[in-house]
Design a protein around this ligand. Structure first.
Ligand code: SF4
Length: 298
């Protein structure tokens, strides 16, 4: 029996649902029951009725699944797959912010640890960040940890915010020069950019959106060729959803933690029903409110 067949068999036997992010490798996306961006995965995780969730992605996503559906066993094939941006803002740093300004509204990108989320007022993903920021109460808003996303959102909705100094190393690597070179090479291409890109890069794009929004845009668009400024794992779904269209990614568009999960580690996680995502009960309770507020805004 192939690894893929063994995964299929164990999935049924154990009542497991496999969730995978759009940036995962093609082989992992192909065995998943549901593939999506952070918002879609969080919404899906909340609805799952099977007893076990196998989460393929990075740790903050698996933690969010556990917090939103605490009765399920959530296992992660690669528990060391950590988003570097999620380590750029800690709960103790947010405690210091609160001490200085107790009324500050803290909006946190979902790319943060459960511990940091427990100190936030509301979370957002790249798919609903503009709506979340627009919904924030009057007062000083601090957006953490992604300065690029914060700056792009602030620009598109005209709301001033204090920005944390975090960033995604993968999207930060895309420069104006790189995009200019790609545009020169593919002059007919429509440019789609993820809002984790630097603001000066996002401004060069024809559309700025989350990975799900890019998938929809590419399907609906009359354009036949695209430059895609995000992680190249998205290419798998773009090509499947729009097989007649052509997609070009920057050569540096790779997120190493997202590529850690492979079929062998998915199989092992199913066999061993672990490693399991375990979060302190108080942290889970405190982090649930900002996450629930996030999934309510679509
Ligand atoms: S692409 Fe960037 S933000 Fe997303 S998981 Fe990788 S490092 Fe984190």
């Amino acid at each position: 029996m192939s690894v893929k067949e063994r995964i299929e068999r164990l999935k049924k036997d154990k009542g497991a649902t496999i969730l995978a992010h759009n940036y995962c490798s093609e082989e992992v996306q192909d065995v998943a029951d549901f593939v999506g961006d952070s918002l879609a995965l969080a919404i899906k995780a909340k609805e799952i009725e099977e007893p076990m969730i196998v989460f393929c992605g990075v740790t903050f996503m698996a933690e969010s699944a556990k917090i939103l559906n605490p009765g399920k066993k959530v296992v992660m094939p690669e528990p060391d797959a950590v988003c570097p941006m999620a380590n750029m803002c800690t709960s103790s740093q947010l405690d210091e912010v609160r001490e200085k300004d107790p009324d500050a509204v803290i909006i946190g990108y979902v790319n943060t640890s459960a511990d940091a989320k427990s100190r936030m007022d509301i979370c957002c993903t790249s798919a609903n960040s503009v709506k979340v920021v627009m919904s924030a109460e009057e007062g000083n808003v601090l957006f953490v940890p992604d300065r690029n996303l914060g700056s792009n959102v602030s620009e598109s909705c005209g709301r001033a915010m204090d920005l944390w100094e975090g960033f995604c190393p993968t999207h930060q690597a895309f420069t104006r020069q790189m995009v200019e070179d790609m545009k020169a090479r593919y002059p007919e291409a429509t440019v789609m950019a993820h809002p984790e890109c630097r603001p000066e890069v996002a401004r060069m794009a024809d559309m700025v959106g989350s990975t799900s929004q890019m998938l929809q845009f590419a399907k609906d668009s009359d354009a036949q060729e695209f430059i895609v400024l995000t992680e190249m794992g998205l290419g798998h779904r773009l090509r499947r959803d729009s097989p007649a269209k052509v997609f070009h990614f920057p050569h540096v568009a790779i997120c190493p933690p997202m590529k850690m999960t492979d079929l062998r580690s998915v199989l092992r996680a199913l066999e061993e029903e672990g490693p399991e995502v375990v979060i302190d009960a108080d942290v889970m309770d405190a982090a649930r409110r900002p996450l629930e507020r996030m999934v309510a805004i679509r």
